[in-house]
Design a protein around this ligand. Sequence first.
Ligand code: ADP
Ligand code: MG
Length: 321
Amino acid sequence: MDEIVVENLSKTFAGGVTAVDGLSFSVARGEVFGLLGPNGAGKSTTVRILATLTQPTGGRASVASHDVAADPARVRSRLGYIAQASGVDRWATGHENLTLQAQLQRVSPALVGARVRALLDRVSLSEAAPRLVNTYSGGMKRRLDIAMGLVHEPSVLFLDEPTTGLDPETRRALWDDLARLRAERGLTVLLTTHYLEEADQLCDRIAIVDRGRVVATGTPSDLKTGIGGDIVTLELAAAQPYAAATLRALDGVTEVNGEGAKLTLRVADGAHMLPVAISALAQSGISVRTASASRPSLDDVYLHHTGHRFDSTDVAHRAAR
Ligand SMILES: Nc1ncnc2c1ncn2[C@@H]1O[C@H](COP(=O)(O)OP(=O)(O)O)[C@@H](O)[C@H]1O
Ligand SMILES: [Mg+2]
């Protein structure tokens, strides 16, 4: 049973910018699903449409079997939405923030106290609850945000860039928290991220989003094996215009990408191709500084489907195209 269904969704803003351009995916109940894409790909706009905060200009979407356009109130009652910027009051305590949120969400007054205590426990903030949020670390604030989104016991949780701005250690700790939350309750989670590693570690399935469209969907491991073979990465002593053509001519090399001195090859068998590639380049008088073979990463999957590297794609870059 699909908890979230998105069909051919689009959104063109009044100024003419098309943020979402015929996007489709679906998320099963209990899944952690990630929208992975660089800045400007249309992730936040998609989530905001699903959370009924903005209207689509085309296509349709439903959450927990309710259409977002036809039945926004029902959709809202089933979802928790955690925006990228925190909505907590820094000058109130964690306990006060959660209690107010429970009241705003019309949790029955008889249940508020117990609900707030249980949530504080679930996000490991019971001890810090009487302190002002202003004294919390970035990770603690984020955990409070998540508790705020869960106060009315939604069946679907939307997290827009949950770990952006957190240091790597705090990010990992939050992944553990999210995995635990989800195991406890069978919550359906839709998150957006521009961290390849986050999508890889945390999500059951992901949709890779590029310029408002889904270019590939699957489990991280299916996506990686789906592009086939291994990756060989070569760093040349100096940029060499004929290197790519030399490598492309070799048996077993299916793709050569890269600019300047760094080249990425998609090959059938990395361990076999590594010495072959180095000696073919040597015969053409090209020397190699470093060489390695690896399994494909999500970055390679992204490159394969979009023709550009994940990190090289952002709004500034697109504006220049
Ligand atoms: N309210 C808005 N009005 C006009 N353009 C917008 C608005 N919100 C977002 N955009 C544009 O839509 C595109 C996608 O933005 P967004 O959905 O925020 O992407 P992401 O979350 O993947 O970084 C960007 O080019 C952004 O500038
Ligand atoms: Mg965003």
